[in-house]
Design a protein around this ligand. Structure first.
Ligand code: SER
Length: 584
């Protein structure tokens, strides 16, 4: 192919009256509800809602996107945390007919994909919105056979839970050497989705109510790398030209072939690329325990773990060398990479140092066991390494084998299972009639409790944590370790800090994650053992992060005004605050 797919795509849509808009940054500007731009439409939400876009009603672009909800899928052939989405939009201009005609023409005429290798899905309808017979007719008119059109109930697209939305029609390609079956089976993963055309004509609010938008829009998205790999005839994206240089670099650093080491290599390649884009973003994200910083930390640490798996000496420059390749590859398109090259290197290097220290602590446990003369890591120790130092069993196995030690894996698994069941049962009991219910006022008190906990740490020191809490419609009570009666000044400062955070209208975000990851990320938790393996973590701006059953308010400004009404002794070394919130 002479021209790159990105150029062909933009040229085609420009020829159809679209204006190319520049990619927005990966960290959204002015939209605190999402951590990253996850789709090309994200920065366009106001315009899909009816605001006039300065470039007009027909737009196209290549948008940098980051999706981290399926981290465990990374390591396969087709998933990436960072990807570029090719998109075209109609903002109240053309609708289903032209959208389908453009997609069909681009795929079959410009990219010369044989129609025999294509299939589509359409929306099968629900109690509110009818089946999309219109799209079906257009596909038939282009020569897609009826047997290659599947109507599905989940062909409805919305960014998260709230926003512009509508039914969609997805285009699939037969990515296999085997003969193309006559009938399309969307469950057969040899059919891969390549393009999604969303007909955004509705808005869904936070109560799930769907109303028509002022205008009918089209929002389409095509994953660049996936389609580029298809056009190049490879079934593993990492073997396409987009990854050629980074993969060659990693193979030389590891001094190992790709074959046989695919999983770790894909994870490293993927994660270092995404980390490079996050660190280079002008939002200046640093690894931390909350929000984007936490994602950045996880990506870097996971890449380091896989680098160790490959036998790479992690204290060398393997990571910055790889990042440098990405900067070189993409700097022509995204100037922030070049401008922030040093920032990226510093972020990677600093985080590596920090992670090495945690690793060292865990490894000291190994040395102690060795010194004791044991030749095996028994189940209790394997579990201790997992629970306290975040060592996955694979890491324990590797470290043990390097010291000629055995590991009681079966015993570990049994303990792991018992622990899981125990947590599940306890949490069932705990959540019954516990935090998960509650009125609006109690919800505000829950969030205020997290703010108070965070404020007390600033005023009295980082040792403060929750020892007990009780909430009613009228007040909150909070017990914490402290060796003295709080002075008036300390109480006043605490109130001020909490009220300032309330005024700042910090966003409360909710994330479901593995408990070990939550704890390793620094999320606070009064009774870790009472929670199941999968926990909910609530972050308030970047001031607080706690494992908690919720519920919480979405933004702090709704809480009102916070006031401490009493500060007293609860028991030896434990103080108790009673506080109220008022609608002011
Ligand atoms: N917003 C849709 C998606 O992300 C189409 O671009 O799939």
């Amino acid at each position: 192919m002479k021209k790159n797919l990105k150029e062909l795509y933009i040229d085609y849509f420009v020829s159809k009256g679209h204006k190319e808009v520049p990619s927005a940054p990966v960290v959204p500007e002015g939209d605190p509800t999402v951590l990253f731009n996850t789709a090309g439409m994200q920065p366009l939400i106001p315009y899909l809602m009816g605001e006039a876009h300065p470039y007009g009603k027909r737009l196209c672009d290549v948008q940098k996107c980051i999706r981290t909800n399926d981290l465990d899928e990374i390591g396969d052939k087709t998933h990436h945390t960072f990807f570029e989405m090719l998109g075209n939009w109609s903002l109240g201009d053309y609708f289903k007919e032209e959208s389908i005609a453009y997609s069909f023409e681009f795929l079959t005429k410009v990219l010369e994909i044989p129609v025999e290798r294509l299939a589509v899905t359409i929306f099968s309808g629900n109690d509110k919105i009818p089946k999309d017979e219109v799209s079906k007719e257009y596909w038939l008119s282009h020569g897609i056979s009826e047997k290659r059109i599947a109507a599905l109930s989940d062909n409805f697209w919305i960014p998260g839970d709230v926003g512009p939305c509508g039914s969609d029609t997805e285009i699939f390609y037969w990515r296999s050497e085997e003969e193309v079956p006559e009938v399309f089976d969307p469950e057969d993963d040899r059919w891969v989705e390549i393009w999604n055309n969303v007909f955004m004509e509705f808005y869904q609010d936070d109560k799930g109510v769907v109303t028509p938008l002022a205008q009918k829009n089209v929002d389409t998205g095509m994953g660049y790398e996936r389609v580029a790999a298809i056009l190049e005839g490879v079934t593993d994206n990492y073997l396409s030209s987009a990854w050629e240089r980074p993969l060659a670099k990693l193979v030389s650093i590891a001094n190992k072939p790709y074959e046989g080491n695919e999983q770790s290599m894909r994870i490293i390649l993927d994660h270092i690329r995404t980390a490079t884009f996050i660190a280079a973003d002008n939002a200046r994200i640093k690894p931390s325990n909350t929000n984007q910083g936490y994602i950045l930390r996880r990506l870097i640490r996971r890449a380091i773990r896989h680098a160790r798996n490959l036998g790479i000496d992690i204290n060398t420059n393997w990571d910055t060398e790889l990042a440098n390749i990405y900067i070189e590859e993409y700097k022509g398109q995204y100037s922030e990479l070049e401008a922030n090259r040093e920032v990226v290197f510093e972020v990677l290097t600093e985080e590596k140092k920090k992670f090495s220290r945690t690793l060292e602590k865990g490894l000291k446990v190994f040395e102690k066991i060795l010194e004791s003369g044991a030749t095996e890591i028994d189940a209790t120790n394997a579990f201790h390494l997992y629970d306290t130092f975040g060592f996955p069993i694979e890491l324990t196995l590797e470290e043990a084998s390097a010291r000629n030690m055995k590991v009681d894996v079966e015993g570990f698994k049994a303990m792991f299972k018992a622990h899981q069941e125990n947590s599940r049962n306890t949490s069932k009991g705990m959540f019954k009639g516990g935090l998960q219910t509650g009125s609006e006022v109690e919800t505000k008190y829950h969030t205020a409790t997290h703010l108070l906990n965070a404020a007390l740490k600033l005023v009295l020191g980082s040792d403060v944590h929750q020892l007990g809490s009780n909430i009613t419609e009228e007040r909150m009570r909070f017990d914490f370790p402290c060796d003295h009666k709080m002075t008036d000044e300390e109480k006043q400062r605490t109130e001020e800090i909490v009220n300032n955070w309330i005024k700042e209208d910090l966003v409360v975000t909710k994330e479901v994650m593995k408990k070990e990851d939550a704890l390793a990320s620094g999320a606070e938790c009064q009774f870790p053992e009472r929670y199941p393996d999968e926990v909910t973590v609530y972050s308030i701006g970047d001031v607080s992060k706690e494992i908690c059953g919720g519920p919480h308010v979405a933004h702090t400004s709704v809480i009102g005004t916070f006031k401490i009404v009493k500060e007293e002794s609860s028991s030896s070394g434990v103080r108790r605050i009673k506080a109220v919130i008022k609608d002011e």
